[in-house]
Design a protein around this ligand. Structure first.
Ligand SMILES: C[S@@+](CC[C@H](N)C(=O)[O-])C[C@H]1O[C@@H](n2cnc3c(N)ncnc32)[C@H](O)[C@@H]1O
Ligand code: SF4
Length: 432
């Protein structure tokens, strides 16, 4: 076992009190699901669109090249999946709705509006739509379609703002083109435009990061999500650049880059709104899921209901086939002990950079200070967080360590779960 695997195992055991985290191919019954949904006060909905016009060589997400035929069948399958859940949720309030991918905008005018309308007709929707988009799709005509679907929060995968980096990661546009499209979207009436920006690309310099951050501010976007370049071993660029990995050197370099980004965004009137994101003061942030419990539709859609997590098959054809044959598209599930639920809760709240201890008490009927007080005190003394009477806030130093933790720990989880599911539509089990 490598040292890094050993540390990961120890950390995982410490947080979850489990020797191994194993997802199995067992499918929860209709009655169990009905019972679990009835115990939930509110939840979020996630819809996965697994299509892209072309595949980027660094991208870990579940996607395939768009085809009219697959898309057409996918719309029918998702509608059927929605119909299965409608009686289970009844009028449970849905307080966040996120459409991700792949590239949701490949389905503009190809049935995505039908799915959204179906969701709004069958669930008690108390929220606007948050949706991801590809910059090349943001023509004036498509922006009309996006606005007409009720999307108020739009994210655009800009990725880089120097032509040499766009070329290296094989994005199909230039800086001049992407800026024009982002500015067109900013000129519309969205509540929040987020752009994704990847930093620490191979060979990137501090002055390039500085220049890109100023460009982002000047484009007038409400939010920037700044991700370090993750090297997933099952992607072509991930493999190519993984070999040259020096863990300490990478961490120190990323820390410098992140400090540049923090300085420019703070000086320009943005606050940190999650570990990755900076949002203009006074703007409601764009984010994937704003409530801790959620139901996911589509291939690779995941659902989390307190002590149960499950995920649909990643394979689009198999997802369509299962639903067509009246079978469940769920591929893997795991029951979660209370210790795992609490560790997961804490991780995601830290990720959002602030939370209330009283929310922990409400969720688990346990005192936060009794459970995690000692650890929080130590982290507070070290300057990683501010430990108030009720509110806990992550400092910039703390956010950096969550970044590092993600790269070292969660990416490994994702790599195992997504990497296995990508090659095997119905795995027997996945050990994390
Ligand atoms: C689903 S894509 C965004 C929408 C659209 N498909 C696009 O590419 O424009 C989600 C985002 O994940 C980020 N991402 C993908 N692969 C990444 C990687 N290897 N490292 C860091 N960020 C990555 C990118 O910023 C990307 O915009
Ligand atoms: S980065 Fe976006 S466009 Fe590229 S493959 Fe991933 S999801 Fe598709």
């Amino acid at each position: 076992m490598m040292v890094s695997d050993f540390i990961r195992n120890r950390l995982s055991r410490f947080l979850t009190h489990q020797n191994e985290i194993i997802l199995h191919n067992s499918i929860p019954s209709y009655n169990i699901l009905t019972e679990k949904f009835s115990a939930v006060d509110e939840l979020g909905i996630y819809l996965h669109v697994p299509f892209c016009n072309r595949i980027c060589p660094y991208c870990p997400y579940n996607k395939e090249v768009y085809s009219e035929e697959s898309c057409h069948q996918y719309v029918h399958a998702v509608i059927k999946e929605i119909d299965t859940y409608a009686p289970m949720l009844r009028d449970k309030p849905v307080t966040s709705f996120y459409i991700g991918g792949g590239t949701p905008t490949t389905m503009l005018g190809k049935g995505i509006d039908t799915i959204i309308n179906h969701i709004y007709r069958h669930f008690n929707m108390n929220c606007h739509v948050h949706m991801e988009s590809h910059p090349n799709h943001l023509t004036a005509e498509n922006l009309n379609l996006i606005e007409a679907m009720g999307v108020k929060y739009l994210s655009i995968g800009v990725e880089a703002l120097q032509d040499r980096h766009l070329k290296l990661i094989e994005r199909p546009y230039t800086v001049a083109e992407v800026k024009k499209n982002v500015e067109r979207a900013v000129g519309r009436n969205f509540d929040c435009i987020n752009i994704d920006y990847i930093f620490d690309l191979p060979g990137q310099t501090e002055s390039e990061i500085e220049q890109a951050a100023h460009e982002i501010v000047n484009m007038g976007v409400h939010q920037a999500a700044t991700y370090p370049f993750f090297r997933f071993p099952y992607t072509r660029l991930g493999r190519k650049f993984r070999g040259s990995r020096n863990v300490i050197g990478t961490m120190l370099r990323r820390r410098r880059f992140l400090k540049i980004l923090e300085g420019i965004f703070y000086d320009s009137g943005y606050d940190r709104s999650s570990v990755w994101a900076f949002t203009k003061k006074g703007v409601d942030k764009y984010c994937s899921v704003t409530v801790p419990l959620y139901l996911g539709f589509g291939a690779s859609g995941g659902t989390y209901l307190r002590d149960l997590f499950y995920i649909n098959t990643f394979n689009v054809n198999e997802y369509i086939r299962a639903i067509h044959e009246g079978k469940s598209p769920i591929a893997l599930s795991i029951g979660l002990s209370e210790e795992m639920q609490m560790a997961g809760w804490l991780y995601w709240r830290l990720y959002e950079t602030k939370f209330r201890k009283s929310d922990f008490q409400k969720r688990f009927n346990k005192s936060f200070d009794e459970k995690y007080g000692k650890q929080m005190k130590i982290l507070s003394r070290l300057g990683y967080l501010k430990n108030g009477d009720d509110q806990i806030g992550l400092s910039d130093k703390g956010a950096f360590w969550i970044h590092a933790f993600e790269d070292y720990f969660s990416i490994d989880f994702i790599n195992k779960l997504w990497g296995t599911s990508k090659y095997d539509a119905w795995p027997e089990k996945v050990v994390l």
